[in-house]
Design a protein around this ligand. Structure first.
Ligand code: HEC
Length: 95
């Protein structure tokens, strides 16, 4: 029983580590572009890069969901994290 528990614990730590430390991938940029350029231009998003932290981006993205953006809870997290990590002019979807 103990062994099973520690195996589970190790896998859980690896999984959490992968989520927390995963670098922003181009797939995430694609997701942001696809989901956030429908109602307004990406400029609206890009001019806020580097100004909002993760909590503020999460609030913004949730507000966009209220306005009609169709993304699930997992995508809210991915998009908010991608935007919070993004440098003001360094992102693929702003060029
Ligand atoms: C269903 C239409 C729609 C979609 C899709 C959409 N937005 Fe918006 N967005 C709006 C509207 C309307 C406003 C202006 C009203 C407001 O600010 O609440 C806005 C304003 C903004 C602003 C400027 C205001 C602020 O709080 O900084 C940002 C940043 C923003 N959106 C980011 C995003 C992001 C990121 C996504 C993708 C997750 C997204 N939007 C998708 C409708 C949308």
């Amino acid at each position: 029983m103990r062994t099973i528990l520690s195996v589970v614990a190790v896998f859980a730590m690896i999984a959490i580590g992968a989520v927390v430390f995963a670098p922003v991938s181009s797939a995430d940029s694609g997701l942001v572009f696809n989901k956030c350029s429908g109602c307004h231009s990406m400029k609206r998003v890009c001019r806020e890069l580097g100004k909002k932290n993760l909590a503020e981006w999460t609030d913004t993205v949730k507000r966009m969901v209220d306005l009609g953006t169709s993304i699930n809870a997992e995508q809210v997290k991915t998009i908010s994290k991608t935007l919070a990590d993004e440098k003001p002019d360094g992102s693929a979807f702003c060029r």
